[in-house]
Design a protein around this ligand. Structure first.
Ligand code: ADP
Ligand code: MG
Length: 624
């Protein structure tokens, strides 16, 4: 056993490469970062066969002198930091000095470079464990790094490479992330001889976004900009009505570096809550500037995650900037976005939402005229088939939502046939609604209620979300979520990594009432889905997409995963801001509030209720 040996340097480099170089896109990232660090005004990226055959990055930056070039492939050789202090004041994209050494150890690499103010250039090759001495050559000002046969000597890694188009997709996404904060740098990207994009240098983020994503997206964007402070936030965000089906169009940058950070995504979700349909994601390009000493970027090998010294300040400043723009731009909340009469169906999803809502309204009208609205609150008899259509009139159920799968048809018929309805009333009394309470809905979003101690204002979405969250948590403790088999399984296109993720989390999904099975190449089918969500018209496919996006953001603890899932479920199943409620639904929501009396904050910590006490009122009106 006791036979400790020092690893040969080429093996050390290969191990380091495993951390930084997961796939061709990682190579592209490192090389483009080096080009940007060298002050390039133009970066051209050429790819063949998804990067397996060729990756070439050319810049017109500072270039390298011969003795620098001879060190370029040496591990921990960098021109960017010299002291520990530098490590906490990083203003370059790279700093570890291990990228080129790593890449050189697992490919046939070549660099040709010339400093712009010198006449001759130099080239150097590195291949596996051998690096040659630099040789003089003719070269344009700047640097071209060419990587051929990536992973040629690490067959395990090579096996992990996906189809050329998949790898190129990752490369394109990487270049996009690098090009967005650097609009003053021209970028081009091509694959197998075809140009994917060719972006001029412009000095305007808005123009860069338009050049990358097209003018139809760019037109929906609103500028954000924070008040002055140690944390500066600028950027562009999508109008709520232009939400997307996934979070793919949310980009966050810290001091010009793309990052992923839960605190930032959380602030974004907060700001749009109630403004956007819960299965839509706002588009966002957010640029945060912060004293580099206030953040540690050295916590993740590819620097995509960071640690803020004062994350509260960052969250607050972003949220304030978002809210200011969203309030100012006079966008009426989801009321307008979702109301059938005012929103022409722009897509499949909206068509569906509309149909659901018109049905909801039609049923609501029927009940209003036909019978005391209260009868809507009852559970259906258990004999109703579980797969009954989801067009339930009820948005808020008196009981546990899972039991009310067939609530609409049941109460519909019980309404029509008076005796049956009466019988039901006798068996299933409605929850106690405190007497003397009169409540009305306002702006289809808030419920205002007279209470003994004053006037209460409830955010209907936030409160309902909280209630459902609690119910889901209770059900889970009691075993699992009830689900129903989908009559028509919903198919979802997934990447190979995502299909692995599904397989790894199978037990978790099952407990959540979700059954997903393979269904042909790159496709899975959702066979079972929680009744609660189906009833509220939530698309199983979109839900799974959202979960996969969440899970693909890196490892998370089981607790956070559970919390996330329940939050997403509750949010999707809850009534939205902008949904009209019947009197019975209003009363019922308040009755449930009284039961779930942690109802002061929704799962994400947003308040559900405001109370204006009689004392407050007297003070405000200067009666005392
Ligand atoms: P790091 O970027 O962390 O310093 P790298 O291994 O990526 O480490 O690069 C090593 C060094 O090579 C850099 O510090 C820089 O001096 C030099 N270098 C790499 N790429 C370029 C380039 N495109 N232009 C000029 N210098 C470069
Ligand atoms: Mg580097």
């Amino acid at each position: 056993m006791a036979n400790i040996r020092k690893l040969p340097p080429e093996l050390v480099n290969q191990i380091a490469a495993g951390e930084v170089i997961a796939r061709p896109a990682s190579v592209v990232k490192e090389l483009v970062e080096n080009a940007l660090d060298a002050g390039a005004g133009r970066v051209d990226v050429v790819i063949e066969d998804g990067g397996a055959k060729l990756i070439s990055v050319t810049d017109d930056g500072a270039g390298m002198a011969a003795d620098d070039l001879s060190l370029a492939f040496t591990p921990h050789a960098t021109s960017k930091i010299t002291t520990t202090d530098d490590l906490f004041n990083i203003d370059t994209l790279g700093f570890r000095g291990e990228a080129l050494a790593s890449i050189g150890s697992i490919s046939h690499a070549h660099i040709r470079t010339r400093k712009p103010d010198e006449t001759g250039g130099y080239e150097i090759t590195s291949s596996g464990d051998t690096t040659e001495q630099p040789r003089p050559c003719a070269a344009a000002g700047g640097t071209t790094v060419t990587i051929r046969d990536l992973f040629f000597n690490t067959p395990a890694r090579r096996k992990f490479m996906r189809k050329a188009n998949t790898e190129f997709g990752h490369i394109s996404e990487q270049v996009t992330r690098l090009a967005l904060p650097q609009s003053q740098v021209a970028f081009s990207l091509s694959h197998n001889g075809r140009t994917k994009f060719d972006l001029p240098a412009v000095n305007s983020t808005a123009v860069r976004v338009k050049d990358l994503f097209g003018s139809s997206m760019a037109e929906t964007l609103l500028p954000i900009s924070s008040r002055p402070g140690p944390v500066q936030v600028n950027g562009l965000i999508g109008q709520p009505s232009a939400g997307r089906g996934s979070g793919k169009w949310q980009y966050f940058f810290l001091n010009g570096r793309f990052i992923r950070d839960r605190i930032l995504t959380h602030a974004l979700r907060e700001a749009y809550r109630g403004l956007i349909d819960s299965n839509r994601w706002p588009v966002a390009f957010v640029f945060i500037e912060l004293d580099p000493a206030e953040v540690d970027v050295n916590v993740h090998p590819t620097k995509v995650e960071v640690r803020f010294r004062d994350s509260q300040a960052v969250h607050g400043q972003l949220l304030a900037a978002l809210r200011e723009t969203l309030n100012k731009s006079a966008l009426t909340p989801a009321a307008q976005i979702e109301s059938p009469s005012q929103f022409a169906p722009a897509s499949e999803d909206h068509g569906q939402t509309q149909r659901r809502e018109s049905l909801t309204e039609a049923l609501a009208d029927f009940f209003k005229s036909a019978a005391p609205a209260q009868s809507k609150l009852h559970f259906p008899p258990p004999s109703i088939p579980a797969a009954a259509p989801a067009a339930a009139g009820e948005k808020i159920y008196a009981g546990e939502p899972v039991e009310t799968i067939a609530a609409a048809p049941a109460s519909y018929s019980s309404q029509a046939v008076a005796p049956a309805q009466q019988a039901q009333t006798a068996v299933e009394p409605a929850p106690q609604i405190p007497t003397g309470r009169s409540a009305v809905q306002m702006h289809n979003s808030y419920i205002v209620s007279a209470e003994d101690e004053g006037i209460m204002i409830v955010d209907q979405h936030a409160l309902h979300e909280r209630i459902i969250y609690n119910q889901l948590a209770q059900r889970l403790t009691a075993g699992g979520l009830a689900s129903q088999r989908l009559l028509i399984p919903e198919t979802v296109t997934v990447s190979e990594i995502e299909s692995d993720t599904i397989a790894e989390n199978e037990a978790f999904f099952t407990r959540m009432g979700i059954e997903v099975a393979p269904f042909g190449p790159q496709t899975v089918a959702i066979q079972r889905f929680p009744s609660l969500l189906t009833n509220r018209g939530v698309s199983a496919g979109e839900f799974l997409r959202e979960m996969l996006d969440e899970l693909s953001q890196g490892p998370i603890s089981p607790e956070i995963m559970l919390e996330k899932t329940l939050s997403v479920m509750a949010c999707k199943a809850a009534v939205k801001a902008g949904e009209k409620l019947t009197q019975a639904e209003i009363d019922n929501l308040l009755a449930q509030r009284d039961q779930v009396e942690k109802g002061s904050a929704c799962p994400h910590g947003r308040p559900t209720t405001l109370m204006l006490t009689l004392k407050d009122l007297e003070k405000q009106f200067k009666r005392t």
